[in-house]
Design a protein around this ligand. Structure first.
Ligand code: ADP
Ligand code: ZN
Length: 519
């Protein structure tokens, strides 16, 4: 490591040492090499271009899609005495002209620009007249059309390499999966760049998944362990965000709503309170979080299933950026999976895209139903092996009890079959438990051979069995049929007794004692 870099690290940034791969990256880029940096959120990506910016002659141009983030970073850099500025649509012509002049005079170490601004012909010709030290492309996964943050302009950034082949480039992202990585390399012409891949493990985050049965009560119980902490509660819909925020507030919790449908001033005010005050719980849709750098978020709770492991990882990654213990808690039910599947089918995406989204959703359902270490499951999805069980997730801390569930599965599958593959988990549970409901009588389901054969499990436990069977691919949800469960090609082997199955036992609900039926 060069002395100059260490010197700047200590005297400008005030850090004692580099973290993880930072030293190697700074060395490589400062010496003029191209780099692709994959580092989890909170890993310290910014320093990887900010420090080379100070070591190299000229101005480093930082491409960033997030205007709010740009402003925060520039503010922070200025406080450290670094000559930084940004150009974006929030400025008037006078301000912009001043910054452009500074650029040409060599008075800037870093200039942050939005991609559309950078690509404007007028700005490109301005760059021709400036001295450029480095191009830093932040949030590089925005080039990927499969990702959730696709930005068309990112596709045109190869132009930088074509026009300034001698200027090094560093692309950075926290999105780890291999297809996205390949797409970044290809789309940004980074074939010759050195790749720096950090571990995506966040050892201080404790992962837990609970079966959702009374979401509000379960959330309150979880929050009980986090009194006075800052945290985020994610919900799928705007309406639910508002309802949950109100509910928490009525219980004396400082909870604020955040979603794209709120007035911009309300949104900004809520975000500001979350960032500045202690102990604010932000109840939000996924519109909240990108670029939020609050180190002491102690928990991220999900009341609805996210769409993919990437989304889940990114959202939970906002917890514990300070390295202190934090919780990632997810309440999940079969209904969530059904709803998300329906959203995929109803969208006007192409068949390829739908297939990809289905696969991601299935991976996340698999994570929820996993009886092994959650961290291992999550990291494996990103192509990373975790040595041994982590000891810091629900399954490691209290290993789920699994039993031979073959007979239970046979009862469930044959109940699906005999009732015509037209009903959802709730009614199937009623049949298995021998419930006397209007619907059971209407369809004559009390005459089925599976009627009442499942009285040894309570309703919650049957729900869990159905979820696990869906996750194991032994049942599928019929979206057209309003969430009816159907057999799959794999079900037959279990039904015929040719395949055994291990199932997790969820604890019985602390319900009133069951009445003995007519004896
Ligand atoms: P990312 O962009 O990867 O999410 P940041 O660049 O915002 O991460 O850095 C995350 C946090 O880590 C910031 O608060 C930053 O100040 C801090 N940080 C980065 N590098 C170091 C270091 N070498 N030593 C101590 N703190 C660091
Ligand atoms: Zn674990």
């Amino acid at each position: 490591m060069s002395n100059a870099a260490l010197d700047q690290l200590r005297h400008v940034f005030g850090y004692d040492a580099f973290r993880g791969e930072q030293a190697a990256i700074v060395d490589h880029v400062a010496a003029g090499g191209d780099a692709l940096v994959l580092m989890p959120t909170g890993g310290g990506k910014s320093l990887c271009y900010q420090l080379p910016a100070l070591l190299r002659e000229g101005t480093t141009i930082v491409v960033s899609p997030l205007i709010a983030l740009m402003q925060d970073q520039v503010e922070a850099l200025k406080q450290l005495g670094v000559r930084a500025a940004f150009l974006n649509s929030t400025q008037d012509a006078g301000e912009a002209a001043t910054i452009e002049r500074q650029l040409l005079e060599g008075g800037l170490d870093l200039l942050y620009v939005a991609p559309e601004r950078l690509l404007a012909p007028r700005f490109l010709s301005l760059l021709e007249r400036a001295r450029i030290a480095l191009f830093a492309i932040d949030e590089a996964h925005c080039v990927s059309q499969w990702g959730h943050d696709f930005r068309r302009e990112y596709r045109e950034l190869t132009l930088l390499h074509e026009r300034w082949p001698q200027v090094p480039r560093i692309a950075l992202t926290a999105t780890a999966d291999a297809p996205t990585r390949r797409e970044i390399v290809e789309r940004l012409a980074l074939e010759d760049a050195r790749q720096f891949v950090s571990s995506f493990d966040r050892p201080n985050i404790r992962y837990a998944v609970v079966a959702k049965h009374d979401a509000r009560r379960q959330l309150l119980a979880f929050l009980d362990g986090h009194r006075g902490d800052s945290g985020i509660v994610y919900c799928l819909s705007r309406r639910k965000v508002e309802a949950i925020a109100e509910h928490l507030a009525s219980r004396g919790i400082t909870a604020l709503p955040y979603h794209a449908g709120l007035d911009a001033t309300v949104r900004a005010a809520n975000q500001r309170r979350f960032l500045r005050e202690d102990g604010v719980v932000m109840v939000a849709t996924i519109a909240f979080g990108m670029g939020i750098d609050k180190p002491d978020v102690r928990f991220v709770a999900h009341l609805d299933l996210p769409k993919s492991p990437e989304g889940y990882y990114q959202e939970t990654g906002r917890a514990g950026r300070d390295g202190e213990a934090a919780d990632a808690w997810l309440a999940y039910g079969l209904g969530d999976a059904v709803l998300l599947q329906k959203m995929i089918e109803d969208s006007d995406a192409g068949e390829d895209r739908k297939r990809l989204e289905r696969r991601k959703l299935d991976a996340l359902i698999g994570y929820c139903e996993s009886t092994g270490c959650r961290r291992q499951t999550l990291l494996a999805y990103f192509g990373e092996a975790h040595p041994g069980a982590c000891g810091n997730c629900d399954n490691c801390l209290s290993p789920p009890v699994t039993v031979d569930g073959t007979v239970v599965a046979q009862k469930a599958l044959s109940c699906v079959y005999r009732s015509g593959q037209r009903f959802g988990a709730a009614h199937l549970t009623d049949i298995l438990r021998g419930a006397d409901t209007a619907k059971v009588r209407q369809f004559g389901h009390d005459a089925l051979s599976t009627y009442g054969v499942g009285g040894d499990l309570d309703a919650r436990q049957w729900r869990s069995v159905f979820r696990q069977l869906v996750a194991a691919g032994l049942l599928e949800v019929d979206i057209e049929g309003h969430g009816a469960l159907r057999l799959t090609a794999a079900s037959a082997a279990v039904l015929r007794g040719g395949r055994t199955l291990s199932l997790r036992v969820d604890p019985a609900a602390p319900a009133p004692p069951r009445r003995e039926r007519g004896r």
